[in-house]
Design a protein around this ligand. Structure first.
Ligand code: NDP
Length: 252
């Protein structure tokens, strides 16, 4: 429990929603990328969609963190830098580099936009105010160091895997090919695995309940989607490597 009853209630609802949405996403694939569908209404260019839907995570988290009451120490500025680095890349750099020119349903962009508003608020408000001041010695705590290591390793895997996918296409191409290299040797979606490791690391290094719920949301979104991608690859490519799993090497 924190000192803010509204935050506590919202976080509980947010946790409940993640638990409800996870099984749903095993049955319904979010209709963007290879599963894009015109049946879900109007769409916008995917690059624009990524920028619009991810920017609230930068702005809302940034606002609540910086304007929050807690005196900011440098471990806290590390939290800020990791979050903002991830989301500035995801909203401004990643979309510009994407190849394919697909469109994204407005519904998907609106859902992700709303998700980032709430998630940005919960994480920014908790770290900027409710958690209080993390002492400078938190930077030497094994949980901070372990979480930082996980976050950094996850980000490296995510960025490398997204780069491998990007290089499968020449500019303007839309075809899908079998990715090879890096963690693609073991799993179909190492970009999702990296993303999940990043947010588990963030939850550990901040010990924030909002970050823990976000890590759960990330699993709820990405594990079902990785299983769907894996099945899709196997259906579309007879020569798809049989030893590859969906998201967890040798396991899932
Ligand atoms: P995908 O792996 O489905 O696609 C990533 C990009 O690579 C897209 O441009 C896609 O094109 C292209 N691509 C994928 N597979 C191939 C292939 N076999 N051959 C050629 N091109 C390919 O990832 P998402 O779009 O779902 O996600 C993008 C990033 O956002 C990831 O890093 C992911 O971790 C992150 N993300 C995070 C979430 C979270 O909850 N934290 C939720 C969703 C995404 P196309 O669009 O045409 O399919």
């Amino acid at each position: 429990m924190s000192a803010d009853p509204f935050f506590d209630r919202l976080l509980l609802v947010w946790l409940g929603l993640a638990v409800l949405v996870a099984p749903l996403l095993f049955c319904v694939r979010a209709p963007y990328g290879r599963y894009v569908s015109t049946a879900v209404g109007p769409s916008l260019p995917a690059k624009l969609g990524w920028t619009v839907m991810e920017l609230p995570a930068v702005v809302v988290f940034g606002y609540f963190f910086v304007s929050g009451d807690a005196t900011k120490t440098w471990p806290m500025w590390t939290f800020f830098a990791l979050w903002q680095g991830h989301y500035l890349h995801r909203s401004l750099i990643y979309p510009r580099r994407q190849r394919g020119g697909a469109r994204m349903p407005l519904l998907v962009a609106a859902a992700a936009f709303s998700f980032n508003l709430v998630n940005g608020y919960l994480n920014g408000h908790y770290l900027g105010t409710l958690a209080g001041t993390y002492p400078a010695r938190w930077a030497l705590d094994p949980r901070f160091l372990g979480g930082l290591l996980l976050f950094t390793a996850g980000a490296a895997v995510n960025l490398h895997s997204d780069a491998v996918l990007r290089r499968l296409r020449r500019p303007g191409e839309t075809a899908y090919r079998i990715p090879h290299g890096g963690l693609f040797r073991w799993v179909s979606c190492p970009n999702y695995l990296g993303e999940l490791i990043e947010w588990i690391g963030f939850a550990l290094l901040t010990l924030s309940p909002a970050a823990a719920v976000f890590a759960l949301w990330t699993a709820a979104n990405l594990v079902p989607r990785a299983l769907a991608h894996h099945r899709w690859y196997r259906r579309h490519f007879a020569e798809y490597p049989t030893e590859r799993r969906a998201i967890i090497p040798w396991a899932l």
